[in-house]
Design a protein around this ligand. Structure first.
Ligand code: LLP
Length: 431
């Protein structure tokens, strides 16, 4: 359930008409709902009631400081995959001991940053990374708490680009190689082995792959303990899917039930890294119709949002529900149209042959389920500034990231000496 709904013919985010925000902020912008974030977080944590569990929100899904802080206030930790995400989590108020650092390629600088911050857990993905972490930790005279990410060779039955738990994927260490890494870790200075981590993919819509993977990991815990390791944390990753249009993923309650069953008696603190299930349906992308172009028997509705703002339809052929901000009349006719962005690529399409009520220039369209992997994946392609982000809370809203300016985009660049040597922003200022 989310808090985007029509009231008196106008789409509202909680108690605020989306059209009012659009008039004040300018389109395109992402709009997030505090009540929905809170609700999704509590549904997930309620599903684990009675379980010794830590929820480390996967910052990669939506890294806006205001979103992270909303979740931090509810008790969330953070799963981060870069130094940048770590700094975001800490800035937003997540306690360092509740931070898990995941990722297949953590740099020396990132490991150092995380050691300095005294984060709670490093999820190690290779023997080489473990050796480097040991060297850095020993030099700094600190101890890194380590889980090894094990690759269970399970197909998550999701889009191939977001499946991570098969041996052919780059993630984790397959058993029995992982067993050697644990043995090595136990002997290294600066390393304290605490657990096992697994993450098999994202937007997973059935329980079966989770169940298979978790079962394999529980079995591995037993073997590691037999090898003499004190395994006390089990990080089960994220990945629970959400409904975009017609999907029917398991509920968090069903997921929690399955977890309870599979981990019964394992005697570990459990860690979860949910991203999409918390923020996906807590956000929308609001855009204005620039033109309705009828050509060659097709209707192209051209928006001011594009694939640089929301990449998912272009990259994964993802289907997002799209609604007009003004509720169509019950008897309004419905016409198939292609809803597209202005970018110079044929793939810049949000939906093809989508039945929609007739639209005209300046109408507002709302692309749903854009709270996860929306703003975080946006770019400046085609010289387009990053869109604004807005957080609604009841009957108020605030801009939590303003629109980027063109000057800010150009400001990172400079012309080299042999071409005249100037900073783009200084030149513009002088002009
Ligand atoms: N933990 C790890 C180690 C991960 O790699 C991920 C997501 C998560 C947790 C959170 O997964 P979630 O609960 O959000 O499914 N850009 C893609 C999704 C990529 C997910 C990458 N890893 C998309 O737009 O569908």
């Amino acid at each position: 359930m989310d808090h985007f709904a029509y009231r008196d013919g106008e789409l509202h985010a909680e108690d605020v008409p989306v059209a009012r925000i659009a008039a004040e902020v300018g389109t395109p912008f992402f709009c997030y709902s505090t009540a929905t974030l809170r609700r999704h977080y509590s549904v997930f944590s309620d599903a684990l009631a009675g379980v010794d569990a830590t929820i480390c929100y996967a910052v990669k899904a939506n890294a806006n400081l205001a979103v992270i802080r909303t979740l931090a206030q509810l008790g969330a930790g953070a799963d981060v995959v870069s130094g940048g995400e770590l700094e975001r989590a800490l800035t937003a108020g997540i306690a360092p001991e509740h931070v898990v650092f995941s990722g297949v390629g953590k740099s020396r600088n990132e490991l150092t940053l995380a050691l300095d911050a005294r984060i709670g857990q490093f999820n190690i993905e290779s023997a080489e990374e473990l050796e480097l972490l040991s060297k850095l930790a020993a030099a700094a005279d600190v101890t890194a708490r380590v889980a090894v990410r094990v690759n269970p060779d399970v197909d998550a039955e999701t889009h191939k680009k977001i499946s991570t738990g098969r041996h052919k994927d780059k993630f984790g260490i397959p058993w029995p190689e992982a067993r050697d890494v644990y043995a090595r870790g136990a002997a290294l200075p600066g390393i304290e082995i605490i657990g096992v981590a697994v993450h098999i993919g994202s937007q997973i819509t059935t329980l079966k792959p989770f169940e298979t993977a978790f079962g394999r990991i529980v079995d591995i815990v037993g073997r590691l303990r037999a090898d003499g390791h004190d395994i006390r944390r089990l990080d089960l990753g994220g990945g629970l899917g959400v409904p975009y249009e017609s999907e029917t993923p398991p509920s968090p309650a069903e997921y929690g039930e399955m977890v309870r069953k599979v981990t019964l008696g394992v005697g570990c603190e459990l860690v979860f890294e949910p991203g999409r299930v918390i923020v996906g349906n807590a956000g929308v992308l609001v855009s204005r119709v620039l033109y309705v172009k009828n050509s060659a028997g097709r209707t192209f509705t051209v928006l001011d949002a594009a694939m640089n703002d929301l990449l998912r339809p272009s990259l994964y052929n993802a289907r997002h529900a799209i609604l007009p901000a003004r509720e169509p009349a019950a008897d309004a006719e419905s016409l198939p149209m292609d809803i597209v962005g202005p970018i110079c690529e044929s793939g810049d399409v949000f939906a093809r042959d989508r039945p929609m009520p007739p639209l005209v220039t300046d109408d507002l369209l709302v692309i749903r389920t854009a709270g996860a992997y929306g703003a975080v994946m946006s770019s400046n392609y085609n010289g387009r500034p990053l869109a604004a982000e807005v957080l609604v809370n009841g009957d108020v809203f605030e801009i939590v990231r303003r629109h980027q300016t063109t000057a800010e985009m150009l400001g990172l660049e400079r012309i080299p000496s042999w071409l005249g040597g100037f900073d783009a922003d200084r030149e513009r200022g002088a002009a």
